[in-house]
Design a protein around this ligand. Structure first.
Ligand SMILES: Cc1cc2nc3c(=O)[nH]c(=O)nc-3n(C[C@H](O)[C@H](O)[C@H](O)COP(=O)(O)OP(=O)(O)OC[C@H]3O[C@@H](n4cnc5c(N)ncnc54)[C@H](O)[C@@H]3O)c2cc1C
Length: 296
């Protein structure tokens, strides 16, 4: 069967795109491995009407609503390659299945490369966080920290200090005198010792440990982890890329079309700033653009 569109990635961006394609009464296949980026977080914040909901619960409802359209098919599996061209793409899955479609929407998301610090990974999305708009309000006025991970970390510290008393953990790194002066003006404490572990009950955080064995109290640690695209499909298709602050993303135009005719992209893979609302909005734009491209 030749689908009007194939969506690779069935989360916030992909399901939004598929919804609009289906509402345009076109056939769409959604291929998904079921690993949305925010699956580590107990709560999702800032998405209108869903503030505080469990991320997986939002997606269960969304997927059920999308699957109810008669022109939608959902395939659980991993897309490993896309061949062909506009009006005749073939997506190959890891199990060898092939799915054919006239348009492609890439919505396979990004992953975070977390630092190898004992106690960090298990707290990711709960008390080790990346975005103050997603989780910062819940730690208002508490002991906050930012781990030095890249040259822009000192900029991140300035933002985070809006939410409460903040310490910049240089982790053995250096800070320029002018940046240090700027942070001190804002009342940010600067700690230079190397950090060796995080401690706390369950997924919460209560202490950060240094190489000399001493500890300091902390409630939330922010990190600016580098991101990578979840699939090499965009690169293999020849989609033009851009470099964001924490990782690469796919260049798209105002209609979310990539530099490759017939290939659209949406969500975290297409932008420097990431959240669920942007991903859903991108998906809507891509879905509408795919539909229009099938008509005009
Ligand atoms: C810890 C954490 C907490 C967050 N909290 C918030 C929050 O509170 N509020 C907020 O607005 N944002 C939050 N975010 C950001 C949010 O998770 C992302 O912006 C959002 O998930 C992006 O949606 P997406 O559809 O682009 O990608 P994703 O949600 O990452 O979905 C990509 C989908 O594609 C699938 N996939 C990947 N590769 C393939 C392949 N080859 N074939 C088929 N399927 C594939 C994946 O399994 C996944 O289902 C958080 C992020 C993190 C890391």
């Amino acid at each position: 069967m030749l689908h009007d569109a194939i969506v690779i990635g069935g989360s916030f961006a992909g399901l939004s795109a598929a919804t609009y394609i289906a509402r345009g009464r076109r056939t769409v296949a959604i291929i998904d491995t079921g690993l949305p980026r925010n699956r580590f977080a107990a709560h999702s914040h800032g998405f209108l009407g869903q503030d505080g909901s469990e991320p997986g619960a939002i997606l269960v409802t969304a997927r059920a609503q999308v699957e109810a359209y008669p022109t939608v098919s959902f395939i659980s599996g991993e897309a490993i390659s896309v061949s062909g061209a506009r009006d005749g793409f073939v997506v190959k899955l890891a199990d060898g299945t092939e799915v054919e479609g006239r348009r492609i929407v890439l919505a396979f998301g990004v992953s975070d490369s977390l630092p190898d610090l004992p106690g960090l990974r298990e707290r990711w999305g709960n008390s080790v966080i990346h975005c103050p708009y997603c989780h910062g309000f819940e730690f208002s006025g508490q002991q906050l920290g930012v781990l030095n991970m890249h040259p822009r970390s000192s900029h991140q510290v300035q933002l985070i200090s809006e939410w409460g008393p903040t310490t910049f953990y240089l982790n053995g790194g250096e800070i320029a005198d002018d940046a240090r002066g700027e942070l001190e003006k804002r009342g940010v404490a600067i700690e230079s010792r190397p950090v060796t572990a995080l401690h706390g009950e369950g997924k919460s955080l209560s202490a950060i440990e240094f190489a000399d064995g001493t500890e300091r109290a902390i409630d939330a640690l922010y990190i600016g982890a580098p991101t990578r695209l979840n699939s090499s499909i965009a690169a293999e298709l020849g989609c033009a890329m851009e470099e964001g602050q924490v990782g690469p993303f796919i260049r798209t135009d105002g209609m979310k079309m990539t530099s490759v005719p017939g290939v659209y992209a949406a969500g975290d893979i297409t932008r420097a700033m990431h959240n669920v609302t942007f991903a859903a909005s991108d998906g809507v734009m891509a879905g509408v653009a795919v539909h229009a491209s099938l008509i005009f």
